[in-house]
Each structure stands twice: as C-alpha cells, then as structure tokens.
Design a protein around this ligand. Structure first.
Ligand SMILES: *[C@@H]1O[C@H](CO)[C@@H](O)[C@H](O)[C@H]1NC(C)=O
Ligand SMILES: *[C@@H]1O[C@H](CO)[C@@H](O)[C@H](O)[C@H]1NC(C)=O
Ligand SMILES: *[C@@H]1O[C@H](CO)[C@@H](O)[C@H](O)[C@H]1NC(C)=O
Ligand SMILES: [Zn+2]
Length: 448
C-alpha cells in the first residue's frame, strides 16, 4: 500500500520540479529485511486514520516525486531549529482550533521552568486531575502509557538517530530483537543513514520525540503543535507516507493539555516509562555503568508485574553498551521482549509473522491480557477511546509503581549540538513549500 521515499532520485531534483515530475516508484520497504520475520508492526496509523488529512500524500503513481531520505531537497523544507509557531501549515492549525472549539484540549496554562522543574502558575497543582503532569508522575491520564503487560519488557530508545545508533542496530539485528525509536526531528535530519537503517534494514518502529527536545508543558498550544507536527511530517515523508501512533515527551514532561494535542490533532498516544537508569548521564559522571547494571539486574531479576518500560538512550556508546551488557539478563530471566510501540497498540495484537511483503500477517494475541476483547476498528478514529487501550486497561494505572525520576531524561542538548549549529529558527511558510522555491532550497541547504 505504501511507497517509500525513493532512494534512486537525483539529488539535483528540487521541490519546484518534484511536484510536477516523475511518478513515484512503488517499493516495499520490507523487502530490505529478509532475515527478520517481524513485520509489519503497528507503529503507524491505518490508511484511513483522520490524521492522514493533515499530511496529504497521494497513492503510488500520484505523479509526485518524493525526495530521497538524506538528500538536500528532503531536508530543505523543515525548520532548522525551534519551529516558528506562526509558520505552521494551516491545516494543522485548523485541526488544533477545531479540537479546542470542541472542548477536547484542556485549557491548562503552560508551566515555567524553575530550577529545571516545570511549575504551573497560580498554585495549580501538577498532580491534580486537571493538570496530571507526567513529569510529576501523575499516572491517571488514560492517554498515557506507563507500563508493559506483565512479563513483557517493552524495548525502546530515545534521542536518536545518532552515530552511536549503529552499534545498537547491529546488536538488535544479531539478536533478532525489535525496538521502538523515539526519534528527535533534527536528529533525523542530521543522521539520515541511521534513520534508514532503523526503518528500512531493521524494520523497527518509529515514534516521535519532538523536533528539538523541549519541555513540552512550557510551550503554547501552537508551539506544541509545531514540535509534534514537523516530526510527524518528517517521519511521514521518510517512510513512504506512514504516520506514527506514539510519542514520548522529553524529560517525561507532558500533561493533559499536551497529551490531548498529541491525541486529538495527530492521533498519537503518549508513552512514558516505569524505570529509568539515567544512562544518559554516564559520560558526564552522573552515574556509572556499574550503577546502571545494578539497577537493571534488580529489575530483570525482580517481579514481572507490571512489565518493564525502561528509559534508555541510543545517544552515546555508553548508553548503547549499557543495554548490551544487561541484555543477557533479559533472556536468562524469561522476559518476553517486544518493541514498546507494538505492545502499546490499541488493537491489542502483536503482529510479527508476515512471511514476506505480500503474505498476510499473523496476529499474535497471547502477549497482552486484554487482547482477545480488543477491536481493531477503533484505530480508525483520531480520538479512539483510550480506555480501550490494552496498555492502560491491562496494567491499571492505580497499580503502577511511581516511575523513577522522569526529570532525568536528558542528553539531547548534546544531540542537538551535533546537528544544529545555528540557533535562529528558520520558519518555512507552507505557501513557500508549495511554491518549491529554489531560493529557499539553497538558503536552507546552506544553513544546514
Ligand atoms: C513532504 O512531501 C511532500 C511530497 O513530496 C511535499 O510536497 C512536502 O513539501 C514535503 N513536506 C516537507 C515538510 O518536507
Ligand atoms: C564502546 O567503546 C568501547 C571502547 O572503545 C568498545 O569496546 C565498545 O565496543 C563500544 N560499545 C559500543 C556499543 O559501541
Ligand atoms: C468490531 O467493531 C465493529 C464495529 O463496531 C463490529 O462490526 C465488529 O463486529 C467488531 N469486531 C469484534 C471482533 O468485536
Ligand atoms: Zn530525550
């Protein structure tokens, strides 16, 4: 059904020509993963999901040439750093305004950072039902996933793609493990080869970790929209038109307003975590590999209820190595493993047995407690009933141990420095994208 971004297009093609030129080459990405029998997963929305209206893309043969991932014309249309809230595609803004008018986006004021902690104005309690800040470990929003099903270790990594991702991907492939990659938009721009490996070679799951890794609750609705929307757009434009179903807030910093924008506008469910090693701080001395291993040992040899979602990073050699070092314990202690986006799917099934790209897929339902009663038809609505999600109903929020220190999630500051030399925002009006201005193209390429 999907055609991936063609890898064979000439780098000299520009948007002005691409919009009217050669037909796209239908191409199934799963052909690239012959040694793994795990696709397709369900990290992306069905074709008829309403969010597709915000990211228009034609069927194969629509006459549009899609720039190849990593080419200058692929990266040119995107903000260079913090998205300009007054230069967002109008269709996103209209969708946000419609959701606000419909009363589905809570009117919570943005927080401000105080010594690195988001604080709400007027004494508003971060743990109140109204706000329900995930940074403050409120776990009562059914739109937010904290736990894996009992006995399951949901594998995922934040802050990629990075040069350090290469060693992780080799290890995952050698061990036939699948993972969810919570990618940062500007890091995809900076590391397209690693992106392609994760998506095309591994066939792994892609999720959103925002465009530039801010504290999301400090942002206005429009800034939240830009941070999510551009990352979704880039993933969509780089995966043959797929739209991610999950996102993870940097620092774990979300609340009912931010989670609702993700859900109501883009159809994305929030995935946080229930354990954190603070692996990202190994290089800076905040923790040590020994301490990380001690924690992992405790969890992997400990109780299996709820299942584990551990905050881990594909950020540095040391964070990748921490996962590799702990991995034997996962197997030795009988944990079922799955990509966290796959187990969080609201249809309640783990899809893993497509023989090839045209064979039908076997839905493996045993992994989830409520899988038998799930109904996949719910996935076609943007605001599908969150209480039907196995991830929230199967591991009830009230039995959740408080996640440890969401505030520890960090490290992207370094990530951004690698890919993002200049600091001024490059706002790109959608009208200019449509015009496919060559002047814009060359300017943007020069800035990257
Ligand atoms: C995404 O791809 C479409 C089709 O090529 C193109 O029209 C659009 O400008 C792209 N958007 C971005 C932001 O790259
Ligand atoms: C990290 O670096 C060490 C020392 O160079 C090396 O032995 C190890 O294989 C590296 N680990 C990864 C995951 O790249
Ligand atoms: C799923 O829901 C649809 C629409 O409500 C219904 O027609 C179908 O029978 C349901 N399937 C199952 C397995 O419950
Ligand atoms: Zn992060």
């Amino acid at each position: 059904m999907f055609a991936s971004a063609s890898l064979s297009l000439l780098l000299s093609a520009a948007w002005g020509f691409s919009l009217v030129s050669a037909a796209v080459v239908p191409h199934d990405i799963h052909d690239h993963a012959p040694t793994r029998t795990s696709l397709p997963s369900r990290w992306y929305h069905e074709d008829d999901h309403p969010a597709h209206k915000l990211f228009k893309r034609g069927q194969p043969g629509d006459g549009v040439t899609y720039a190849s991932v990593g080419s200058p014309e692929w990266s040119a249309p995107y903000p260079q750093s913090t998205p300009n809230p007054s230069a967002l595609p109008q269709v996103w803004v209209d969708a946000l305004n419609a959701a606000v008018a419909a009363g589905t986006i809570p009117n919570i004021p943005p927080s401000t950072l105080n010594n690195g902690n988001p604080v709400y104005p007027n004494g508003l309690d971060a743990l109140s039902d109204q706000v329900c800040s995930s940074y403050s470990k409120c776990n009562k929003d059914p739109n937010v996933v904290w736990n894996a099903p009992d006995g399951v270790f949901g594998i995922g990594f934040d802050d990629g793609p990075q040069p350090a991702s290469d060693a992780l991907y080799t290890f995952l492939q050698q061990n036939n493990e699948r993972a969810t990659h919570f990618f940062i938009g500007v890091n995809i721009i900076g590391n397209p080869n690693q992106f392609n490996t994760a998506f095309q070679t591994l066939g792994d799951d892609i999720a959103v970790h925002t465009w530039t890794h801010p504290y999301m609750t400090t942002l206005s609705n429009l800034d939240v929209l830009g941070q999510l929307g551009w990352t979704v757009q880039l993933i969509h434009n780089s995966t043959g038109g797929r739209l991610p179903r999950y996102w993870r807030p940097p620092y774990g910093d979300s609340d009912k307003r931010v989670a609702a924008i993700a859900k109501e506008v883009f159809g994305m469910t929030t995935i946080v975590w229930n354990q954190d090693t603070e692996d990202w701080s190994i290089p800076s001395g905040g923790t040590t590999n020994q301490a990380v291993q001690a924690q992992m040992t405790k969890w992997f040899t400990g109780p299996k209820s709820p299942g584990l979602i551990i905050l881990e990073h594909e950020l540095y050699n040391q964070t990748v190595q921490a996962f590799i070092n702990a991995y034997p314990l996962v197997k030795a202690n009988g944990w079922k493993t799955a990509s966290v986006a796959t187990i969080a799917s609201s249809d309640g099934a783990t899809y893993q047995n497509a023989k090839d790209s045209t064979s039908s897929v076997t839905s493996v339902v045993g992994i989830l407690p409520s899988a038998a009663s799930a109904n996949s038809s719910t996935s076609s609505t943007a605001a599908s009933n969150p209480s039907s999600s196995p991830a929230s109903s199967g591991s009830s929020a009230t039995s959740t141990p408080p996640p440890s220190t969401p505030s520890g999630e960090a490290g992207a500051g370094t990530a951004l420095q690698q890919t993002n030399g200049a600091t001024s925002p490059l706002g790109v009006p959608s009208s200019m994208l449509i015009a496919g201005s060559l002047a814009l193209l060359s300017t943007a390429v020069a800035l990257w």
